[in-house]
Design a protein around this ligand. Structure first.
Ligand SMILES: Cc1cc2nc3c(=O)[nH]c(=O)nc-3n(C[C@H](O)[C@H](O)[C@H](O)COP(=O)(O)O)c2cc1C
Length: 173
């Protein structure tokens, strides 16, 4: 067989075999929307991290800002999927005070030793760099891909879909 055909066939086979889990936390639905688009594009499993702390309303917003600023962790509900059974774990978070959100930092702290490969995405109102950096530092791994999306301008308008699909294809291989 021609070498080029053989290597492209191998690439297709590895894409088909790569098993991906999308894990996200979302306080008000923005990150959830992106996580679902990415999971749908990949046809993969998706896990929502649920915080046991009430983060709704103004009090919840203040509490979340304070927890993120002090890098405090929280208690999350038991998750359904075992990350060690996936080739790639994609982690999604909103940005809180320039950082990754407290519930996702808690999830990553608990499971990071079980991740094989990782990719990160975040949603924000200004800048996503700090959150992506937090995830890379805590995981101790270079991500296969990263994506930062603005809530109003990209997620709410639907403009994010193309970027989310490109991100998904990098994760797929
Ligand atoms: C406590 C708190 C702090 C935030 N801090 C930032 C910030 O530092 N920079 C930023 O760009 N957006 C910040 N945001 C905005 C959120 O990151 C943004 O609205 C995100 O898309 C919300 O995602 P969600 O709907 O999935 O919770 C903050 C939001 C909250 C609740």
């Amino acid at each position: 067989m021609d070498a080029a055909i053989s290597s492209s066939r191998q690439a297709l086979e590895s894409r088909a075999l790569r098993k991906v889990l999308v894990v996200y936390y979302s306080r008000t639905g923005t990150t959830k929307k992106v996580a679902e688009t990415i999971a749908q594009a990949l046809g993969c499993d998706v896990e929502e991290v649920i915080d046991t702390k009430d983060r709704s309303g103004l009090i919840g917003w203040l509490r979340s800002g304070r927890d993120a600023a002090s890098r405090k962790l929280t208690t999350i509900e038991k998750t359904k999927n075992r990350p060690e059974t996936y080739d790639v774990v994609v982690i999604g978070t909103p940005v809180w005070n320039g950082k990754a959100s407290t519930p996702i930092m808690t999830y990553v702290s608990q499971y990071k030793d079980l991740f094989k490969e990782v990719a990160f995405f975040c949603t924000h109102d200004g800048s996503g760099e700090g959150a992506l950096r937090d995830l890379e530092t805590l995981c101790g791994k270079k991500p296969l891909a990263t994506l930062a999306l603005r809530r109003k301008q990209e997620v709410a308008t639907g403009e994010y879909v193309g970027k989310a699909k490109r991100f998904a294809s990098k994760v797929a291989g």
